[in-house]
Ligand binder design. Sequence first.
Ligand code: 0A1
Ligand code: ZN
Length: 880
Amino acid sequence: MRTNQPQTIYLNEYQVPAYLVDHVDLRFELFEDGARVHSTMAVRRNPESAQAEAPLELNGDSLKLESVSLDGSQLAGDAYEEQGDKLVVHTVPAQFELNVVTWIEPQNNTRLEGLYKSSGMFCTQCEAEGFRCITYYPDRPDVMAVFRTRVEADKAAYPILLSNGNPIEQGELEGGRHFVTWEDPFPKPAYLFALVAGDLVEKKDTFTTCSGRTIDLRMYVEPRNAAKCDFAMDALKRSMRWDEEVYGREYDLDIFMIVAVDDFNMGAMENKGLNIFNSSCVLASQETATDASFQRIEAIVAHEYFHNWSGNRVTCRDWFQLSLKEGFTVFRDAQFSADMGSPTVKRIEDATLLRTAQFAEDAGPMAHPVRPASYMEISNFYTLTIYEKGAEVVRMIHNLLGDELFRKGSDLYFERHDGQAVTTDDFVRAMEDASGRDLGQFRLWYEQAGTPVVTVSDDYDEQRGIYRLNIRQSVPDTPGQSGKKPQHIPFSLGLLDKAGEPVPLNLSAEEQGGPVERVLELTETEHSFEFHGVPERPVPSLLRNFSAPVRVQYPWSREQLLFLMSHDPDGFNRWDAGQRLAVDVIQSLVGAADDAEIEPRLVEAYRSLLNDASLDQALVAKMLLLPSEAYLVELADQADVPAIHEARQRVLTHLAESLREELVACYQRSKTQADYQLTPDAIALRSLRNTALAWLLHIKDAQGLAFALEQSRAADNMTDRLGALRALVNSDFVDEREQALAEFYDQFSDDPQVVEMWFSVQAASHQAGQLPQIQALLQHTAFDWKNPNKVRSVVGAFAGQNLAAFHKADGSGYQFLADQVCRLDDSNPQIAARLISPLTRWKKFAPQYGRQMKAALELVRNKNELSRDVYEVVLKSLAD
Ligand code: 0A1
Ligand code: ZN
């Protein structure tokens, strides 16, 4: 049990900083047994602060203070005080220079915040509050300073010394040591500080900006990864060009660097001029990365690069504004990915993530608005709500304003706030000012948590040719918020006649030949829209392209869904109709008798998908994927996971058995002859082929087995290799799967990114990932508790993806997860707090499960010395 209760921080208690830092000079002496950090800050009282006589307060965490001096004189012991996580200097002049020397131990830093070591190199992670683990500093994003950083280390062990900005000096030191000094001319918050020192190979390229400046591009990786940089480098250049063309944003420093590190809590970090990446989010080659990894890498490289403007040049005033940079930047990277590949597929993937995981978060105990009003530990707020829902909110603004006015708004935002730390409200105001639109009610998207539910009903007046849609919205209660107001929802729709032709949408009797698609703006609790001149009862296509992050309820018949699946001109809604149909069929089988009929029209719909080569194969590849167990759980109340798993498996078996011939044909037809390519078409074909293979192995088909073995043998890329392995692992071919796993591991045991995939394919598999097998993976030589990727690939994949194995009736999965969370909490609280998330939604599950999930949470709550990170999650999850 925790003894000292962590404090809650509130948005409405925000105060401007009492002191500002204009310039900071850092000197790092790096050694094997620790590092000495000398910091000299040019500090002045903030004229905007009312606290004129306030003492100077600096944040610190796990620091050993060696000395403090003010304007060159060492401070006497009573002039300052170390108060827990603060250094307080009692009396200071209006303007002064403060020098602080601290000693830290990067080699013992397992939290991976601040300065730490990963595979022998020094690296940093300062967002959100890691800089205070390096030195005492006003560690808040609204204090922006110009940084100069001198790094000193042994030259042989650490030939590469990096920090933000441009290198301005370097030289030799005594004892085989050397130094490099970097200066970043752009004022920045401390969370964007970075330092790297290591024995790394350098990959060089250049980029010429729109104004003709030549930028040096550099990637730094461990020598064994030298051949895995090309894709990320190209993705970087594509991103730089795209941001110039679409947002008019040019890069500002003379050099842009990317470093890959193996031990990293998140995906990557946008430090000014020196982005640091989790190796798995940047390193790739055809032989070791899947299509999905390539796409992820391209998106993350772009995301971090785009932050240079949306996050760095214009940053957040405080951490409640996190979505200011994250929501906007995710929206930007999604636009970029859509432009680079298939827009419909990208939209489907984003909506799937949102509906499966963000809706769940928004309905659970950690639900919070896109702009939260309070938090205990900010690291817990790097959530799907801040990132993905935040991006949807920006997307809705984009859709309400249109391309041109949105661009005008973003230009105004960047120009008006360049070099400032601002709020989400400033962002919305720039959009309003540039467009003349009133987004007053729209701001509720930032303030109210919970997923709005939009309930639609319709009637048709044949005599008058009027089709009416009645639309109601409601926003559910969430912890600490009830009685919510209606939100401003852009609701895109179309109507189809019997032949599948679009019906003109005339909103009055006078209107004729209206557009065939409209965005209705819902602002009230209830609306009724009448469409005139409609000659027959149409089928509505609602929320096209997922125009708002809401749940839509409409009493679709299976007939209508089948019709939309093959006729809707909106690709997203074709896919969505298929998903809804499959959900309906699976749900009707949950707990049903063994001989219950499985909707024959579902089989026929899938048959046409498989047979019709004229369809967009990228869309077909997505449409063939059944809704995931996680999504089915999200849709259920009082979920009985094993029953949902059974029902879904039954449908899969039935489909695979009924469509065996088509699957074999599809498998054979989808073989790509040419060399490996990353085009949307080639990606779609590999995806289709691997789905067909998985289905055949699901029914233990002998020909499928032959395909899989041959595919493993002949594959020239990881997508096909892993596709075959996954299909085998998820099959009943026990001997073959064991052999395939062993061979695969032998071949790739020296590649950590591939080993992580090898772990997660097993941990996510109902066949190969039962608890005893998970325990065995934890004992594997390649498993490492200190490496977040390994923890995620085994424990995270088991609890998050292998739902029926995790939700065992005896509660063993829950107990297991609680034990691992307790174990990790001591070494890496951020990862522990993320890992516990599957337990937090215990109220969502059938009581026999929920009770035991709750008991597991209580077990964690009772641990000694719980971190603030895990404490907050457990406390909120157990609250009434
Ligand atoms: N800003 C980064 C994500 C990030 C956040 C926190 C971290 O450490 C706690 C690390 C990275 C991004 O959006 O990519
Ligand atoms: Zn980001």
